[in-house]
Design a protein around this ligand. Structure first.
Ligand SMILES: [Zn+2]
Length: 161
């Protein structure tokens, strides 16, 4: 029997504001601004959740975890990620791999990539080798270049078990 593979894509962006902690890929990053949002606004995890929702036909992050719900206020997005992985498993799939690109002008994220991979993979119950994270700037262009916000893209590949 042929194996069934499905792929999903995710995108997210949040505004950078003063007075919030910057949480990216499940870890706090030292910076003078943080991302605003209802949860911890972890834009990297949100893109991964959307990629998994797309791959497994689970709608999107907003249908699974509606914003404005008191139970999700300031919640760690890693908790939502673990919930998503359980939904994917319940649909009869396992995760093959996840890839994430974080688009931020500042701060420099390369020192934190390994730790992000560890936290994301742990929340998903898979190996860090199955989760790749990359960071890029937009060379000063657009809202990202003006440091008004951070955007992310992710793809997820899943396989029927
Ligand atoms: Zn988001």
């Amino acid at each position: 029997m042929q194996k069934e593979f499905r792929v999903g894509i995710g995108y997210d962006s949040h505004p950078l504001v003063s007075g919030r902690k910057l949480i990216l890929g499940g870890i706090p990053i030292p910076h003078d601004k943080g991302l605003s949002g209802w949860s911890d606004a972890d834009v990297a995890i949100h893109a991964v959740i959307d990629a998994l929702c797309g791959a497994a036909d689970l709608g999107d992050i907003g249908t699974q975890f509606p914003p404005e719900e008191p139970e999700y206020k300031n919640i760690s997005s890693l908790v939502l990620l673990t919930k998503t992985s359980k939904l994917v498993k319940a649909k009869g799939f396992k995760i093959v791999n996840i890839d994430v690109t974080i688009m931020a002008q500042r701060p420099k994220l390369s020192p934190f990539i390994l730790e992000m991979r560890q936290h994301i993979s742990q929340a998903l119950g898979i190996s860090p080798a199955q989760v790749t994270v990359k960071a890029t700037t937009t060379n000063g262009l657009g809202f990202i270049g003006r440091e008004e916000g951070i955007a992310t893209q992710s793809v997820a590949l899943i396989e029927a078990v």
